[in-house]
Design a protein around this ligand. Structure first.
Ligand code: HAM
Length: 412
């Protein structure tokens, strides 16, 4: 036999049973974002490699190790999009959206690609819902975005979610702070664990995550970036916090929150779900006031987030997952089998979820199949224009006229 194929490592098929939860996530996102004035944008699945290198940042893991990059005729280098923000900003500039009333609010969703080490909740192809608000530095923008993401998570019923909030200030304040932190750590090297010591110059912020007792004591006293923000950045952060408080959003301040993309300035945030394992981040984002300019545009403040559809689906699958019965299954024997197709077609045209037996099952087999499909009713054709409608949950049956059954089923 010929060798069979498998989906590539880090990818998966969404089978029909997995489709409803994903569709619901997309529908809730669309409803909430469009009601808030976010317009739908679709951007290409691949872009010039340079867009991501410059946008996401040369030094990030994403650009250094995780991009699916390929060359096309003429030697041009293209990359499958690892995220949406750089592409949305590119489109904003390409279509002169800076001339529209600001901010321009855009949302999109679809597949994204990162060559990461696959594990539960971490894939090489994953789905994001992404929202961006470009052109205003008002703290209202940050608060609005966080509220919308929070509302989506709440409406979907994802449990055990917490919001971590921080501010990164300006790149200059951040660089000065990192230098100060390195000096602080070097001056206490003897009290630090070996791995933290080895990484002081590469990534001093890692020291905040250490479990080791000695390191922890040192870090309790360490300066934090939030204490070193410029005055205006500090005020912006306070304003965002006040707006969140006023709107009843609970959050934890995390002075060491860092994100895997270089473009962030000021506000950063992450939503985490404790029902998931190591990959608990179900969404994240922040302000990126320098990105549009970095991509060749005028100075343009902006803020946004992306939610991970696959991880939210995983978190929801852990729930009771009870789906409601829906639709009608037409049960028929003998000559009635052929009338069943016409009847099902009529019901479908009336917007009713309807199905019939396509495999020559007995009446008993058809009833079993109707149950397996989760039909709410079975319509049993009994010849001579007679039929019975059976409620599949209660087992109750009543006589109905097949000619008017579409009406019967449509009325509540
Ligand atoms: P991000 O934190 O890299 O941000 O990704 C956002 C979310 O996408 C994560 O919280 C996670 O749920 C999901 N995600 C990321 N990588 C994977 C993966 N390999 N497998 C499964 N899910 C994944 C961004 O992408 C920014 N562009 C968000 C943003 C928009 N910031 C401003 N605007």
């Amino acid at each position: 036999m010929a060798e069979r194929f498998k989906a590539p490592r880090g990818t998966f098929d969404v089978l029909p049973a997995g489709a409803p939860v994903r569709r619901r996530i997309e529908e809730v996102a669309r409803g909430i974002l469009e009601a808030a004035g976010y317009g739908r944008i679709e951007v290409p699945i691949f872009e010039d490699t340079e867009l991501f290198a410059r946008g996401v940042g040369e030094s990030t893991d994403i650009v250094q190790k995780q991009m699916f990059t390929f060359e096309v005729q003429g030697g041009r280098s293209l990359t499958l999009r690892p995220e949406a923000t750089a592409s949305v900003c590119r489109a904003y500039l390409e279509h002169g959206m800076q001339k529209l009333a600001q901010p321009v609010k855009l949302w999109t969703d679809g597949p994204f690609f990162r060559h990461e080490r696959p594990q539960a909740g971490r894939y090489r192809q994953f789905t994001q819902i992404d929202a961006e608000s470009i052109g205003s530095d008002s703290p209202l923008v940050d608060a609005e975005l966080i509220l919308l993401a929070g509302d989506m998570i709440a409406e979907l019923g994802v449990e055990g979610v917490r919001l971590r909030l921080g501010s990164l200030g300006t790149p200059a304040a951040r660089a000065a702070y990192l230098e100060e932190l390195r000096e602080y750590l070097h001056s206490r090297e003897d009290k630090l664990s070996e791995d933290v010591r080895a990484r002081i110059d590469v990534n001093p912020l890692r020291a905040f995550d250490a479990d080791d007792e000695g390191t922890r004591r040192v870090m309790d006293e360490a300066p934090t970036l939030l204490e070193r923000l410029d005055r205006e950045d500090g005020e912006h952060f306070d304003a965002v916090r006040k707006l969140l408080d006023r709107n009843g959003v609970s959050y934890e301040i995390d002075p060491t929150l860092v994100r895997g993309l270089d473009y962030y300035t000021r506000t950063v945030f992450e939503f985490e779900c404790d029902r998931l394992g190591a990959q608990s981040g179900i969404g994240g984002g922040g302000r990126y006031d320098g990105l549009v300019e970095q991509l060749g545009g005028p100075p343009t403040p902006a803020c946004g987030w992306a939610l991970g559809v696959d991880r939210i689906a995983l978190a929801l699958e852990g729930g009771d997952g009870e789906t409601e019965r829906d639709g009608v299954f037409v049960v028929a024997e003998g000559d009635d089998r052929d009338s069943a197709l016409a009847l099902v077609t009529e019901l479908r045209r009336a917007g009713i979820h309807a199905d019939l037996d396509l495999a020559g099952r007995t009446v008993k087999g058809q009833m079993k199949h109707a149950d397996r499909l989760g039909a709410r009713h079975a319509l049993i054709l009994e010849g001579d224009g007679k039929a019975k409608l059976r409620d599949m949950s209660s087992g109750e049956e009543r006589e109905v006229d097949p000619a008017t059954v579409a009406e019967t089923l449509s009325s509540p």
